[in-house]
Design a protein. Structure first.
Length: 170
């Protein structure tokens, strides 16, 4: 074979090789681009989903913090499971008092209560001490925890609601 035909064959092979390499790079680019597009679309959808569900996230944070605060400030008397202490301290679990006196709960948590109260047809007359060191947010978190855990509510008590209710304390 003459030298010129070998060179032409090498050039042709090199062209085929370069064409395959370019095609491979183009395919890789589109594959990775499609992967990036998929990731971007997924992140955008997750962002919208989380934006729509921001209140649920806040509710979970309030429940979690409320449980921590409840266990620190309230569970010694009302018990961790909310059952109270026999006939001395009223239960919170399934307590009709929570529903009937919903608007007074912030005042009770902050300032305590004395005098006789009736919970689930049982009378209690042991004073509850105040928790005046708790912030509005802490009270909102405790009430959110109590209401979701034992009163069947799935709504967050807001800091603003607590602030307004505390203005009305007697």
């Amino acid at each position: 074979m003459p030298y010129s035909s070998i060179k032409k064959k090498t050039d042709f092979n090199q062209i085929i090789y370069l064409r395959a390499k370019l095609q491979n790079r183009i395919c890789s680019f589109f594959e990775s681009s499609l992967t990036h597009v998929y990731l971007i679309i997924t992140n955008i959808l997750l962002l919208f989903a989380s934006c729509q569900d921001a209140e649920s996230v806040k509710l979970q944070v309030y429940i979690s913090e409320g449980q921590r605060l409840y266990e620190q400030k309230c569970a010694n008397c009302h018990q961790k499971d909310g059952t109270g202490l026999r006939k001395l301290i009223p239960p919170l679990a399934q307590a009709d008092y929570l529903i009937k006196n919903k608007d007074q709960l912030a005042c009770i948590v902050k300032y305590g209560i004395s005098g006789e109260i009736t919970v689930n047809n049982q009378n209690y007359n042991l004073s509850m001490p105040s928790n005046e060191g708790l912030s509005d947010r802490h009270i909102a978190q405790i009430l959110t925890y109590i209401n979701t855990k034992w009163a069947g509510a799935q709504v967050r008590t807001s800091d603003e609601q607590v602030k307004e209710r505390l203005k009305q304390c007697k």
